[in-house]
Design a protein around this ligand. Structure first.
Ligand code: SF4
Length: 77
């Protein structure tokens, strides 16, 4: 049977939230009889997106309130 789970793929400090937040990907791992098949990525989310949606301010693409700003897309430099 396939296995579905959320995994952290990036961690960033978010100025809007004032704390470190994580980008998470939802992965579906294949059933045991297909062990060499790679997991499928089916969704992404920010760990604090729900809180951002409740504070009444425009924030970023992951909260759905500002499609022009993605804190996780910024360079690591
Ligand atoms: S949803 Fe966007 S603004 Fe809100 S905590 Fe996550 S990265 Fe920051």
């Amino acid at each position: 049977m396939a296995h579905k789970t959320w995994q952290v793929i990036k961690v960033r400090y978010c100025e809007h939230a004032g704390t470190e937040v994580s980008m998470e990907a939802q992965l579906i791992f294949p059933a045991d009889f297909l062990p060499e098949q790679a997991p499928r990525v089916v969704a992404h989310r920010c760990s604090q997106a729900l809180t951002c949606n409740l504070d009444g301010r425009a924030s970023c693409v992951w909260a759905g309130t500002n499609p022009n700003f993605d804190p996780f897309a910024e360079s690591d430099l």
